[in-house]
Design a binder for this molecule. Structure first.
Ligand SMILES: O=c1ccn([C@@H]2O[C@H](COP(=O)(O)O)[C@@H](O)[C@H]2O)c(=O)[nH]1
Length: 279
């Protein structure tokens, strides 16, 4: 099954566009785990168990594990997700980008070491930095396109004067990903929920690509505007999935022993807002 098929299946089975982001920060853990980096796996596994029937995807962010020398806990978490929630595809948020020979190692890390179904990449170094990931048939790769952070304004909306039509940088990335770079239908794009007008533009330029959309929840992105801009359907079926990520708002919905059930309540609430916007 391809990554795109996995997303479609999870969306249908769980009735969800919501991706729970796994960004474990021991300093924010509930009181009984607080500050203890050896509990990263326990914390994340509890969140996974509480939300696995509510999501289209899980998105562990690798920096939160590596910063605490907790890559072994990430490996264990990946195994746990594959075993207990095999219907939910896993996007490893690593934002890699390097020359081809190094990219081969990053691809091996994401797909062989961690067993991710998809990875996030920076397209800044060009197609030869993306190609090694595409050799893993069936796996997905999301290219940063119009990111959710304010600093995205520094480069992404600038016009490329030497490219025909003088598109903005993010528009050019969307066109490359929809067209010549998408050799085997593995590419998707990252577009921030904080920029719904740009989501709409990217969807127009890349009508068949899955969009990973972070920025709802803690960053204040508009969940309803996001769905209206990015989610399209034909005969009641999604034409190209959107994967709307929320991390901190769900992970840290409560700071007590009830953190996992509070996370489930927040995931249920967010899932319903997203689903309602499709009707
Ligand atoms: O443009 C981007 C790309 C990636 N991210 C990542 O998504 C989550 C967002 O976390 P929240 O707590 O829901 O704000 C985080 O892992 C980022 O690294 C993004 O925010 N924006």
């Amino acid at each position: 099954m391809t990554f795109l098929d996995q997303l479609r299946t999870a969306e249908r089975q769980n009735g969800s566009l919501l991706c729970v982001g796994l960004d474990p920060e021991p300093a924010k853990f509930p009181a009984h785990l607080k500050g203890d980096a050896s509990k990263i796996y326990d914390f994340c596994a509890a969140i996974v168990d509480a939300t696995a029937d509510l999501v289209i995807s899980f998105k562990p962010q690798i920096a939160y594990f590596a910063a605490h020398r907790a890559e072994d806990q990430l490996e264990k978490l990946m195994e746990h997700m594959r075993r207990t929630a095999p219907q939910v595809p896993i996007i490893l948020d690593a934002k890699r980008g390097d020359i081809g020979s190094t990219a081969e190692q990053y691809a091996k890390e994401a797909f062989e070491r961690y067993g991710a179904d998809a990875v996030t990449l920076s397209p800044f170094m060009g197609f030869d930095s993306v190609q090694p990931y595409l050799k893993y048939h069936g796996k997905g790769a999301f290219l940063l396109c119009r990111t959710s952070n304010p600093g995205g304004d520094d480069l992404q909306p600038q016009r490329l004067l030497d490219v025909p039509g003088q598109p903005r940088l993010y528009e050019h990335i969307a066109s490359l990903a929809q067209g010549p770079w998408n050799l085997n239908g593995q590419l998707g794009l990252v577009v921030g929920a904080t920029y719904p007008a740009e989501i709409e533009r990217v969807r127009a330029l890349a009508p068949t690509l899955p969009l990973l959309i972070p920025g709802v929840g803690a960053q204040g992105g508009d969940a309803v505007a996001t769905v209206k801009a990015g989610w399209k359907s034909a005969n009641g079926e999604t034409t190209a999935p959107i994967v709307v990520n929320s991390s901190r708002a769900i992970l840290y919905a409560a700071s007590g022993a009830d953190f996992a059930s509070a996370a489930r309540q927040e995931a249920l609430r967010t899932r319903e807002i997203l689903q309602a916007a499709t009707r």
